[in-house]
Design a protein around this ligand. Structure first.
Ligand code: ADP
Ligand code: MG
Length: 248
């Protein structure tokens, strides 16, 4: 069944007398557990599309069924509610609180949704386990590698048990090894039924997805399935590891 179903979506930004038609009729159907890469040059409409999929914004016209529910005409409050229950976000800059442990960073969304301390700790610990960081709960971001920091951010995105994980250039600040680490994780999430939609400029990264959608001038110009490359993380460089231990 499709979890994201966009039909003829447009988004026009109005600034005074000027209109920018950022999306010009996008139809896209994404099934649960799929791993989709969205590509396109700067200004093609990728972020606008992600904002709409993520219920951060509403379309000018068109229909959007998210997990079977029409959400394109909801009020801002209703939209925020759907968003908090259904969507997790991962950003290029990890947006972690620097003086705060991995565990507390992951607990944060639960704090906002009023979950009690004990359950917060249990769920945040589970989420960090899911991303392979059970042994790093008390580490602060500076004591973690870039890949580990991004995995903490992914755990934070997962802690509310979303159906959809949206990632805008999640590997933009990572070296190639840690990028593969994050892609391996996204591939695993897909196997557990979470839908992953990611924006990337890099064909090497898109190769790990099972579907590649190319956007140009606010339209989908290509949409193809592919056999995803399996993300295999090479062994860690021991010198880098030592340098980090000394720094921490
Ligand atoms: P991408 O993420 O692919 O670089 P965007 O979705 O950010 O593309 O932008 C698509 C088009 O919409 C661009 O022409 C951009 O200038 C315009 N745009 C994006 N956001 C806004 C906004 N808030 N107000 C006005 N124009 C915008
Ligand atoms: Mg963008």
């Amino acid at each position: 069944m499709s979890v994201i179903d966009l039909q003829d979506i447009t988004r026009v930004y109005r600034m005074g007398d000027v209109e920018v038609r950022a999306l010009r009729g996008v139809t896209l159907d994404i099934e649960a557990g799929d791993f989709v890469a969205i590509m396109g040059t700067s200004g093609s409409g990728k972020s606008t599309l992600m904002n709409l999929i993520g219920c951060l914004d509403r379309p000018t016209s068109g229909r959007y069924l998210l997990d079977g529910r029409e959400v394109s005409r909801l009020s801002r409050d209703e939209l925020a509610d759907v968003r908090n229950r259904t969507i997790g976000f991962v950003f290029q800059s990890f947006n972690l609180l620097s003086r705060t442990s991995a565990l507390e960073n992951v607990e944060l969304p639960l704090l906002y949704s009023g979950v009690k301390t004990r359950e917060r700790i249990v769920r945040a610990t589970d989420a960090l386990g899911l991303v392979g960081l059970s042994d790093r709960l008390d580490h602060k971001p500076s004591q973690l590698s870039g890949g580990q920091q991004q995995r903490v951010a992914i755990a934070r995105a997962l802690v509310n048990r979303p159906k959809v994980l949206l990632a805008d250039e999640p590997t933009g600040n990572l070296d190639s090894r840690t990028s593969v680490e994050v892609m391996a994780l996204f591939q695993d999430l897909g196997h557990s039924g979470i839908t992953v939609v990611l924006v990337t400029h890099e064909p090497d990264i898109a190769a790990y997805a099972s579907r590649v959608v190319v956007v140009k001038d606010g339209r989908v110009v290509s949409d193809r399935r592919q056999a995803p490359e399996k993300a295999v993380v090479p062994p860690e460089d021991p010198v880098e590891e030592l340098a980090r231990a000394a720094h921490a």
